[in-house]
Design a protein around this ligand. Structure first.
Ligand SMILES: NC(=O)c1ccc[n+]([C@@H]2O[C@H](COP(=O)([O-])OP(=O)(O)OC[C@H]3O[C@@H](n4cnc5c(N)ncnc54)[C@H](O)[C@@H]3O)[C@@H](O)[C@H]2O)c1
Ligand SMILES: [Zn+2]
Length: 359
């Protein structure tokens, strides 16, 4: 079951997305497109990385370096970039080489930004190994590292030449927590798409943590939703903003709680319920949508409420965004599943009411 989809970027370079259940296709694709590769991988997926290097060797591709590392969010820093650039030089990585990044969103964001900036940009391939990276982080070419002042402040749009998604092999080892982090995005995507994914989940939820065909379908459709949106709006000048559904409150929750206290998926879960409540009150969204989503979240062990929190604590964080300061807070709301809209100027009393409804 192999399939390739294409994201066409504004600069004639393009991103192909392949879904597969082995690594042979990855080796073959790279054999056709590059002479030499440099591999960087998350040590949590050592077995997959070894198998991939084997598939590259089968194609007689020159391997300039293979580096496994322990990964956490601190990898996404200027400091670690500064320690890795010299390795790229010492390993002889030149403009015609390809970086192969194997890991979750942290590794692909980091390696993707290294590829975007080294030698004014070289090609890279993403092999995402977490649910979040397979349905979100590795798709769409946003790559970045963090500053102490905030996440993803130094970055670029640099599409990977190939995103190679092999859920059946990689997700077997993903802990429950890793599944939950990605599920926030699955629910968000179902809401903004309102079609195949929404219907599939309505028909019955695949059980958490057990990789099977239903999950493969969910991952494929969720990834496809992001591909379609990014295809139409790579640089977030229009509809790509809809992918931020549930994220305005989610980012504030993550910040108030302190990063790492709430996973991104947990925060997106509650942020989505908040946006659904606002949608009911402001746009007349059917209440049944929030009830259904809340049931899904509960079944997947994601939170459906917030510890009591005063809007006055959240407001300065929500307003921190430059756009918010200029034009007031913007919210992505839903008229119905599949019909997201951007709304601004919501009264403070409504935001307070929606927050109270979550506690
Ligand atoms: N570029 C984008 O568009 C975009 C979008 C969303 C998120 N992100 C970024 O993605 C990052 C989060 O990604 P993430 O949730 O994948 O986190 P992550 O990369 O930190 O992975 C989570 C944990 O799982 C481990 N891991 C990875 N693959 C595994 C596997 N198959 N089995 C077992 N363990 C595995 C990792 O070592 C890590 O400990 C954040 O930095 C976020 O900013 C980027
Ligand atoms: Zn997200």
């Amino acid at each position: 079951m192999e399939e390739t989809l294409i994201i066409q970027s504004h600069q004639a370079n393009q991103s192909e997305i392949a879904f597969a259940s082995d690594w042979r296709g990855l080796g073959e694709w790279i054999g056709l497109h590059a002479q030499a590769v440099w591999v960087i991988y998350d040590r949590s997926v050592e077995d997959a990385a070894h198998a991939i290097v084997g598939a590259l060797k089968d194609q007689s591709i020159r391997i300039l370096g293979v580096h496994g590392l322990a990964v956490d969010e601190t990898l996404k820093s200027l400091h670690s970039l500064a320690t890795w650039y010299p390795t790229l030089v010492e390993d002889g990585v030149t403009r015609d080489a390809l970086i192969v990044a194997i890991g979750g969103g942290v590794l692909t964001d980091f390696a993707g930004y290294a590829a975007a900036s080294y030698l004014r940009g070289i090609r890279w391939v993403a092999v995402p190994t977490t649910l979040l990276a397979q349905v979100d982080a590795s798709i769409g070419g946003k790559v970045a590292v963090n500053l102490p002042q905030g996440k993803n402040l130094i970055g670029a749009f640099h599409l990977p030449s190939l995103v190679y998604i092999n859920p059946s092999t990689t997700l077997k080892s993903l802990p429950l927590y890793g599944w939950q982090t990605g599920l926030g995005e699955v629910v968000k995507s179902a809401l903004i798409e309102g079609g195949a994914l929404w219907k599939l989940l309505l028909e019955g939820l695949p059980p958490l943590g057990q990789m099977n065909d239903r999950w493969e379908t969910v991952i494929r459709i969720t990834a496809q939703i992001k591909i379609d949106v990014v295809n139409r709006d790579l640089e977030e000048k229009g509809e790509r903003i809809f992918l931020n559904f549930g994220h305005t409150l989610a980012h504030a929750i993550e910040q108030v709680a302190g990063y790492g206290q709430w996973s991104h998926g947990q925060a997106v879960a509650v942020g989505s319920l908040f946006a659904l409540y606002l949608s009911e009150r402001h746009l007349g969204l059917d209440r049944e949508v929030r009830r259904v989503v809340s049931t899904w979240l509960g079944r997947w062990g994601l939170p459906t409420s917030l510890p009591s929190i005063d809007y006055a604590v959240l407001e300065p964080i929500l307003m921190h965004d430059k756009k918010a300061r200029l034009s007031g807070l913007q919210w992505i709301l839903l008229e119905r599943p599949g019909k997201p809209v951007v709304v601004s100027g919501l009264p403070r009393s409504l935001l307070e009411e929606a927050l109270a409804a979550l506690s």
